[in-house]
Structure formats: structure tokens, C-alpha cells
Design a protein around this ligand. Sequence first.
Ligand SMILES: NC(=O)C1=CN([C@@H]2O[C@H](COP(=O)(O)OP(=O)(O)OC[C@H]3O[C@@H](n4cnc5c(N)ncnc54)[C@H](OP(=O)(O)O)[C@@H]3O)[C@@H](O)[C@H]2O)C=CC1
Ligand SMILES: CC1=C(/C=C/C(C)=C/C=C/C(C)=C/C=O)C(C)(C)CCC1
Length: 307
Amino acid sequence: MMLLDVIYFILRNSLRVIMRPRTKQIEGELVLITGSGGGLGRLFAQEFTKHGADVVLWDISSTCNEQTAKLVHEMGGKAHVYTVDVTKREDVYRNAELVRKDLGRDVTILVNNAGVVAGERMLDCPDELMERTMKVNSHAHFWTVKAFLPQMKAQNHGHIVTIASVLGLFSTAGVEDYCASKFAAVGFHESLAHELLTEEVQGVKTTLVCPYIVDTGMFEGCRIREEVELIFAPLEPQYCVEQAMNAILIDQPLVCIPRLTYLPFLARALLPWESNVVMYRFMGSDKCMYPFIDNKRQVANGCIKVE
Ligand SMILES: NC(=O)C1=CN([C@@H]2O[C@H](COP(=O)(O)OP(=O)(O)OC[C@H]3O[C@@H](n4cnc5c(N)ncnc54)[C@H](OP(=O)(O)O)[C@@H]3O)[C@@H](O)[C@H]2O)C=CC1
Ligand SMILES: CC1=C(/C=C/C(C)=C/C=C/C(C)=C/C=O)C(C)(C)CCC1
């Protein structure tokens, strides 16, 4: 029976690639997005609004967050803005309580999207920057899930979305802080998903989103071999968010964007380490972060201006 089930899910998931299942309705849901002032967070806010959901926007930067809220309002949607540092657990719990009081209802979809990267080689990187990456990209997920999951479980209705990265499934040089934090986020998310299934909390869904480089500026300068870039081109932010939304709306547990990035993930698991190293060198992905680190340094030194 177990083997039949395994085969059934392989066939069902393969079929889903060609024939998309019905999407769920999220009209009237309350969606909380962290890092909503940034590139992907803002687009998520707009996409959820398009689907009729109300959004709660959490970001450390109030100016960027207000701009997101303005865009949502212009679309005729409802946005509620809070300035929150997700690394501070007391701040998270206090603001979660405030949201509940202000809006008089519970968050039903949580999108853990806030993220940072140090952009320095390990030995050059100040300790505080490495610690910050771990706190924003992984520890913060503990606090937000602890703040919002209890009501979702009580209602047997909700959805936890983790915006991780392909760098939470395989790694490369020069982004040790980032990879450590994203591997941690993936581990946390998967364990939580198992827990919900084991406890038979069927109404609370989970989606793990693992995008490749997205053109939001966060990894400006990151480059692989030119010929390989034709196949693995950086993603348009809008495309990335649409793909993630598709997965969320069909309760898909994991999505790698683009699908082609399942291949290096599989290669890491199946092939010897040295085979992976040879492929990395060939594709220029061994040193892909070095121009990004240089670029970040130049921005910090004022040699390059960012808008
Ligand atoms: N861009 C890419 O290539 C990829 C990104 N991702 C992931 O997608 C997510 C979104 O990335 P993207 O939109 O590109 O990045 P952005 O830098 O554009 O957005 C991240 C947002 O998170 C905010 N933020 C940072 N620290 C905190 C904090 N302590 N509390 C609350 N908010 C905070 C940032 O505010 P501020 O700007 O003020 O720091 C910013 O508004 C991240 O988790 C990232 O790791 C995954 C794969 C690829
Ligand atoms: C390692 C590797 C690759 C390059 C991956 C890169 C460059 C990923 C960058 C991801 C980012 C910036 C994620 C942010 O969250 C290839 C060429 C796909 C295939 C071979 C293995």
C-alpha cells in the first residue's frame, strides 16, 4: 500500500506540471508579509491584494513599507502597516498582539519573506553581520510562527509560507552566512510541516519557496559563466512571485523557481562531492559570488550609487 501511495504521488505531481489543479480562494484572508518594503515582499502584497486578501505589512523600514501600503491602497486593497524588527522576539510578540487587537481577527496566511545577506567573505565579515543574517533569515521564523500558528491550529485553518532560497538546498562560495541561514530556514520549515502532518492538523498548509537569483538588487553582481546564464538567467521579480503564488494557491509543499534548479539540488544529493565541484567550476558557479561581494563593497564605499 505504501509503495502504491508513493507511486500515486509521483504520478499526481508529474501530472500537476501539465494540468494545473484548482486554486483555492483566498478572498478575505488576512495575510501577514515580513520584509514587505522590499522587492519580493512588495510584489507579494500586490499579488495577495489582487486575489482579494487583506495584507498586514511588517518591515523594519517604515518608509519603504508605507510605499507598499500606498500601492495596495491604489489597487483598492486593505493594507495595515507595522514597523517591526523581526529579529527582536519581544517586538514580534507585541506587534502580533497589536495586529489582533487593531484588526479584531487572526492572521490566516503568514509569509516569512524578510531576508538579508552580509555580502562579505567569511573571514572579512564582522561577527555582527553574520549574526544578523542568522537572526533575520532563520531565527525570526521561530518567533513569527510561535506568534501566529496557535490561532491557525485552533481554527484548523491557515498557511505558513517560507521564502527560503535555492541556497538553502545547495550552496556556493562566499555566502556562508546566507547559506547557513537558508539551510536552517529549510530545516525549520520542513520539520514544522512534518509536525503539522503528524498531528493531523490538516487545515494548516505549508509552502517552501526556493528561488534562484531574482533581479531585486539583493544579489546585484552575482554572475555565472555567460553561456550557462542563457539557461540559468536571473529571474524577473514579478515572475518569481507569480510562480510562488501559484504554488501557494494549490497548497504545493515545495517550489523551486525555476524548475531547472531541482537538478543541482538532485546532483548535490546523488553525486560525489568532487563531481559537483567539477560542474561548479565548469558553470562558473564556484566564484559566482565574488563579483557580488566586490559590487557590495563598492556600493558601501560610495563608488557605485544605488537608487
Ligand atoms: N533577491 C534574490 O536574488 C533572492 C532573494 N531570496 C529571498 O527572498 C526574500 C526577499 O528578498 P528581496 O525582496 O530580494 O530582498 P529585499 O532586500 O528587497 O527585501 C527584504 C526586505 O526585508 C527587510 N528586512 C531586513 N531586515 C529586517 C528585519 N530585521 N525586520 C523586518 N524586515 C527586515 C528589508 O528592509 P531594509 O531594506 O530596510 O533592510 C527589506 O525591505 C529574502 O528572504 C531573500 O533571502 C531568495 C532567493 C533569491
Ligand atoms: C551553484 C550552482 C549554480 C548557481 C547558482 C547560483 C548562482 C545561485 C544563486 C542564488 C541566489 C543568489 C539565491 C538567493 O537567495 C547553477 C549554475 C544553477 C548550477 C550549478 C550549481
